[in-house]
Design a protein around this ligand. Structure first.
Ligand code: SAM
Length: 215
């Protein structure tokens, strides 16, 4: 397999744990997924350590992850090795497929990835892709572009839902550690904060809405 995009979390699990617990600490993205994913068999593409998959209710989630360094077998989910561009399952297999912050990685072939996702999802199955939305405090700190426009998804028949959330750190030390890694000298002890505005977009195709008593 040659389409693994290098990701820092593979080498630094502690740092990734800080990121994952602070990013959308309020759990708005998880709530959105639980509201719009159908019950049944679901694939999480680029699952990381399974942080999101572990929190999906009322469904059997399989975590697909290309990097052995990210996998966490203790999270009570099934795991498969593979990438967005090459999904090791047969056609029409899943009731839904989602990806959280895996498609924005520079280098991912989104068209190939979407082709694969469409192949493995059943006819009319739900697809949800979660990504950075941009135009927020986090993106304004980045010197490179860390959010793309919605064009690719809209052209491919997705609808876009915007979720206002935040990075919310447990301590100033955690905030300094992660924010310095991402934004270098822009972050200092003098300007560090515990909370940063963060906007997320969920692109969704074939939306279902699960009633609260089903979730
Ligand atoms: C930012 S992390 C997100 C992890 C997880 N989805 C979450 O929400 O916590 C991106 C993940 O994508 C994985 N990745 C790298 N190349 C990939 C590819 N070609 N297809 C799918 N995932 C990939 C990385 O190994 C990493 O685990």
């Amino acid at each position: 397999m040659n389409d693994v995009i290098p990701f820092y979390g593979t080498q630094d699990r502690k740092m990734f744990a800080i990121e994952r617990s602070s990013m959308d600490r309020q759990g708005k993205v998880i709530d959105f997924l639980n509201k719009h994913l159908p019950p049944g068999l679901i694939l999480d593409v680029g699952a990381g350590d399974g942080y999101t998959a572990k929190r999906i209710k009322n469904a059997d989630v399989i975590c697909l992850e290309p990097s052995a360094g990210m996998v966490n077998f203790s999270n009570n989910r099934l795991w498969a090795k593979g990438s967005a561009e090459s999904i090791p399952f047969h056609d029409n297999y899943f009731d839904a497929v989602y990806a959280t912050w895996a498609y924005f990685l520079p280098g991912i072939d989104k068209s190939k990835g979407l082709g694969e996702v469409k192949r493995v999802v059943k006819e009319g199955g739900t697809i949800i892709i979660v990504d950075n939305a941009g135009n927020d405090e986090i993106c304004s700190l980045a010197s490179n572009l860390i959010a793309e426009g919605p064009e690719f998804y809209l052209e491919n028949g997705f609808s876009a839902y915007y979720i206002d959330t935040s990075f919310e750190f447990e301590s100033i030390d955690d905030a300094l550690t992660l924010m310095k890694m991402y934004f270098g000298d822009r972050i200092t002890k003098e300007n560090i904060k515990l909370e940063y505005e963060y906007k997320v977009v969920a692109y969704i195709k074939n939306m279902v809405t699960v009633q609260p008593n089903e979730a």
